[in-house]
Design a protein around this ligand. Structure first.
Ligand SMILES: NC(=O)c1ccc[n+]([C@@H]2O[C@H](COP(=O)([O-])OP(=O)(O)OC[C@H]3O[C@@H](n4cnc5c(N)ncnc54)[C@H](O)[C@@H]3O)[C@@H](O)[C@H]2O)c1
Length: 307
């Protein structure tokens, strides 16, 4: 199939690109390298250095005639979205609408959208949250992801554009960018390997559902063959606090980094964990990489390529 991956130079997008090419698909990438990196790009993918919001996107769609679009590009930093909600909405809503308008015009059959299972549900009423949990995003980032989900419903209704929405938990693994504010695993690993002191925000009892990028990529490939529109959580159902992640990494890196705590971040969610029963039942997906294995693979990647 002819496939566009937006954000294909980023962490998750580039891992999806590799798997699609491995599976024999013809892949193009659109990325403005805002957070993505050229070194992540698969040499067999055709690369358009372009912003989601650019008018030239129309020419790319007309020329390439994509069957499917994986939409991974986004402003994905929750704190940045709080500081600058206008920028967040420009990229995540207006940029996405530019993709969707062009997709309709060029006859794309299907969109696979990277949504969030953390920020969309907000503070949860029950644990783990399934797809029917109320949506109460507490950040502009969560609001823009939810907005796009609603637009996708409109595009299917109005233009018959199929969409599979994957609500990722906290994804970690090789190629995660350690220089932003998001991605606690990558940030801790980089600091530990450089003999710098990582800081745990608050008391570290805030929990997340950490899912390995290889598992997330598998869910994305299964979504390609799914013949309907739907919404699926992609997580492990396991709640892990940030202190545990720090201690597991300390065991793997073996530098005996002391545990230091800083101020809690305003507005940070306290607990987040999502249920994957629906995607297991429908697509036969389940996470297979344990936290210990995934962390080990991520540390090995950083030792080889990043530090
Ligand atoms: N990492 C996670 O834990 C997580 C969790 C839930 C959802 N998601 C979603 O998954 C997707 C991928 O996230 P990631 O962790 O790989 O982040 P990332 O920042 O590594 O990847 C995003 C990519 O989009 C590109 N991009 C950003 N703005 C752009 C623009 N205006 N035009 C073109 N390209 C642009 C960036 O350069 C980058 O390569 C995002 O949509 C994110 O919201 C990620």
């Amino acid at each position: 199939m002819k496939i566009l991956v937006t954000g294909g130079a980023g962490f998750i997008g580039s891992n999806i690109v590799d798997a699609l090419i491995e599976a024999g698909h013809d892949v193009c990438v659109v990325d403005n390298l805002y957070m993505g990196r050229l070194q992540n790009l698969n040499p067999n993918a055709k690369f358009y250095l372009m912003d989601l919001r650019a008018d030239e996107l129309e020419k790319v769609f007309a020329l390439e005639k994509f069957d499917v679009v994986y939409h991974e590009a986004a402003q994905m930093d929750v704190r940045r979205s709080v500081e600058n909600p206008v920028f967040d909405a420009e990229v995540n809503v207006l940029g996405t609408l530019n993709i969707l308008q062009n997709a309709v015009k060029a006859g794309v059959q299907k969109i696979i959208f990277a949504s969030t299972g953390g920020a969309i549900y907000g503070e949860q009423d029950y644990f783990p949250a399934d797809e029917n949990h109320p949506n109460r995003p507490v950040s502009p980032y969560g609001i823009t992801k939810l907005t796009v989900e609603k637009y996708l419903f409109f595009y299917e209704l109005t233009y018959n554009l199929q969409s599979v929405i994957l609500r990722y938990a906290n994804v970690y693994g090789p190629r995660q960018n350690p220089h932003g504010e998001a991605g606690v695993v990558a940030i801790f690993i980089e600091k530990m390997l450089k003999d710098q002191q990582p800081v745990i925000n608050g008391d570290g009892t805030q929990t997340r559902d950490f899912v390995f990028v290889g598992d997330v990529v598998r869910a994305n490939l299964l979504a390609l063959d799914y013949p309907k529109s739907d919404i699926f959580n992609v997580g492990t159902g396991i709640e892990t606090d940030v202190n545990i992640v720090f201690r597991e990494l300390n065991k793997i890196v073996r530098k005996n980094t002391p545990e230091k705590h800083g101020l809690a971040k305003d507005g940070e969610q306290q607990r987040s964990v999502i249920d994957y029963k629906k995607i297991k039942k429908t697509l036969g997906w389940e996470p297979v990489v344990s936290l210990q294995d995934g962390l080990r693979q991520t540390v090995e990647y950083f030792q080889r390529f990043e530090v």
